[in-house]
Design a protein around this ligand. Structure first.
Ligand SMILES: Nc1ncnc2c1ncn2[C@@H]1O[C@H](COP(=O)(O)OP(=O)(O)OP(=O)(O)O)[C@@H](O)[C@H]1O
Ligand SMILES: [Mg+2]
Length: 226
């Protein structure tokens, strides 16, 4: 049988010695799943997402991505894997304020070997896909919050990732705008089979996912279809 896309076994994370923030966390996520992660502030959700995104490493336990043990990879190899497989969407959009919208979206392609023209073409396709084709020359602060988050999604998609990691992507948005963002995620999951892992505090946002993992004090308290 094929490896799951993600396999986490017995994962621990300590920032400070002997103070585990994640404790014996284990789960698999298959390609094409749509998973919501919920839990109180400080329960370890972002810590877990950072490890799943290869932005941080575990203190103990294993994290296999496409069957590869991430602990065995160098930081260069991790960066390559991250760039090839994963797109990130954050609560605060994290766009570069001085760069145009199009340049923001093209940024993850910088190390792809594509020419500048090809990078801008791909960025334009992604910007069009999130419905903002006419805004490519603007700066981020000239867009609304919801528009900025769509730009961030376009940036996450520009490398054709298999996996989207979204940490409270609707946390700074009103309900209607948040629903529009969720519609984009749903289409990505259903039409393109992109795996989505989404952290949220809101029940109605989590309801879009097909599986719900609850984290309590650094441990998985429940993990079930939703
Ligand atoms: N770099 C760090 N150094 C030390 N402690 C940290 C660090 N990052 C997070 N922590 C601690 O780890 C715990 C989990 O933090 P984390 O950011 O994962 O929580 P969270 O579930 O994402 O919370 P929120 O819902 O508020 O975003 C918290 O107690 C936090 O203070
Ligand atoms: Mg967090």
């Amino acid at each position: 049988m094929a490896d799951p896309l993600l396999c986490v076994t017995g994962l621990y994370k300590n920032y400070l010695e002997n103070v585990p923030v994640l404790k014996d966390v284990s789960f698999n996520i298959e390609s094409g799943e749509y998973v919501a992660i919920m839990g109180h502030s400080g329960s370890g959700k972002s810590t877990l997402m950072n490890i799943l995104g290869c932005l941080d490493t575990a203190t103990a336990g294993h994290y296999y991505l496409e069957g590869r043990d991430t602990a065995a990879l160098s930081s260069d190899e991790l960066a390559l894997l991250r760039n090839r497989l994963i797109g990130f969407v954050f609560q605060g959009f994290n766009l570069l304020p001085r760069s145009s919208i199009l340049d923001n979206i093209a940024l993850p392609l910088l190390y792809s070997g594509k020419s500048k023209v090809e990078r801008r073409e791909k960025a334009t396709v992604m910007l069009t896909r999130v419905g903002l084709a006419q805004f490519g020359d603007r700066r981020p602060n000239q867009l609304s919050g919801g528009q900025q988050q769509r730009v961030a999604i376009a940036r996450a998609l520009v490398t054709d990732p298999k996996l989207i990691l979204a940490d409270e992507p609707t946390g700074n948005l009103d309900t209607q705008t948040g629903d529009e963002i969720m519609k984009i995620f749903q289409d990505l999951n259903e039409d393109q089979n992109i795996t989505i892992i989404l952290v949220t505090h809101e029940d109605d946002i989590a309801a879009h996912a097909k599986r719900l993992i609850r984290v309590v004090d650094g441990q998985i308290a429940s993990d079930q279809a939703s």
